[in-house]
Write a new protein. Structure first.
Length: 417
């Protein structure tokens, strides 16, 4: 479909590219899947057509086993190492696809998408859903030293090599990150960043200034359409701290909160620490929490019922994706966020002491001080909850979907002008 047809009311037709098939239940899989489905569901209401290109399924299901909850058989295509440009171009042409939106892709897939797009008259847009150079943290000596204490077998040997020869592995990892970044910016018509604060990181990787005409900033959004009714704050909110994350001590640091809460509950009766998530360190965390009845593990489940009643949201992650989706989610349910300020995007979402708290340098004493203030002062907690709720509305689904709709349309028109 040409840009001329679009300008006369033709329909935008978008191929969403993800690692995993966007199947039933994908909304609970991860942030990228959730944001992809928000775009598909909200923009379908505006007349857009959506398709899914994927590499694999999260449960290993074959093509004949895939459900059609979001995409029918003719609306999806599995990308493999043997997928040809002819096959993808045929899929694009058959469905009049004019926008390829890459949410996730392997390094080698970008050339395939670009070549097929040029043949079919489509544009390629990529969202950078990874924090620039986030992987480098995994090669820091402090991280590797902790990893060596828990790793076994091949993972231990791999960590040991990285610990003994850090410079070599850092150079190798940085080269891979730089090549992927160059590939993305070089082969896509438009690149989307989720925060302006990530621009310096990408300019360092590219070793040049970003071209404003080929780059735009669209923050992520809160997942849910409805917002917590402010009039129910005092009635529904309980003395509860909530964590929503993968249970992995090396990156999420649940142990810090477990140790701290065991002290806090001695001073503040009736409080609960509730942790939603699964992960390799769940048994160890359960063992650490043993003897403290106020600590509850819920496994991985729909967080909405817990958002409604909890009062404080804590995120102690020491590394982060480009966009932390659970943060604006918690805020739209009027939880006061308290986070380790380990990602540039957090300062976009939270203004310190104005609807949330940013704990600098993973400072445990500052974390304890903030939590004590919130737990003992109902008025402070209520004021901060109202501010968090108001700020979250800047990250609504409606705003997010509209920005992408405008970007799809503008990029395609520019290419075909």
């Amino acid at each position: 479909m040409s840009g001329h047809n679009l300008s006369r009311g033709g329909r935008l037709s978008v191929l969403l590219c993800t690692t995993f098939y966007l199947r039933m239940g994908a909304f609970q899989m991860g942030g990228v899947e959730r944001l992809s489905l928000i775009l598909a569901s909200d923009l379908r209401k505006r007349g857009c057509l959506f398709f899914n290109a994927f590499r694999k399924t999260d449960d290993g299901a074959g093509d004949d086993e895939l459900d059609e909850h979001y995409f029918r058989e003719n609306e999806r295509i599995r990308i493999t190492d043997s997928t040809t440009s002819d096959e993808l171009t045929s899929f694009l042409a058959r469905n009049s696809i004019n926008v390829i939106h890459v949410q996730q892709a392997e390094f080698k897939d970008f050339m395939l998408y670009r070549e097929a797009a040029e043949r079919a008259g489509a544009v390629v847009i990529a969202t950078m859903n990874e924090k620039p150079m986030a992987d480098m943290f995994l090669l820091s000596r402090s991280f590797l030293a902790r990893r060596l204490k828990t790793a076994r077998g091949c993972e231990f040997l791999k960590a040991l090599k990285q610990f003994l020869f850090p410079a070599y592995h850092r150079r190798k990892r940085l080269k891979n990150i730089r090549m992927k970044t160059l590939n993305t910016f070089g082969l896509c018509h438009q690149v989307v960043l989720v925060s302006r604060n990530y621009i310096p990181g990408y300019e360092t990787l590219l070793q040049r200034e970003l071209d404003p005409s080929g780059c735009t900033v669209i923050p992520g959004c809160a997942s849910f359409g409805a917002y917590f009714p402010e009039i129910h704050l005092q009635q529904l909110k309980q003395k509860e701290i909530l964590m929503v994350c993968r249970i992995e001590e090396l990156t999420r640091r649940q142990g810090i909160m477990l140790d701290l809460f065991k002290r806090l509950c001695l001073s503040y009766e009736g409080w609960t620490l509730r942790i939603l998530g699964q992960g390799p360190d769940l048994p160890a965390c359960r063992k650490k929490a043993k003897g403290c009845s106020g600590i509850v593990f819920e496994g991985w489940t729909d967080p909405q019922p817990f958002y409604r009643t909890a009062s404080i949201y804590v995120n102690l992650s020491v590394t982060a994706d480009a966009w932390c989706m659970s943060l604006p989610e918690a805020m739209q349910f009027a939880l006061v966020p308290v986070v380790f300020n380990t990602s540039e995007v957090y300062s976009d979402i939270i203004e310190h002491e104005n609807g949330g708290y940013l704990i600098e340098d993973m400072n445990r004493s500052q974390l304890e001080s903030v939590l004590r203030k919130l737990m003992e002062d109902d008025g402070l907690r209520l004021r901060q909850a109202r501010l968090a709720l108001a700020r979250s509305k800047s990250y609504s689904r409606m705003i997010y979907a509209r920005r992408y709709h405008d970007l799809y349309l503008a990029t395609h028109r520019l290419l075909n002008s």
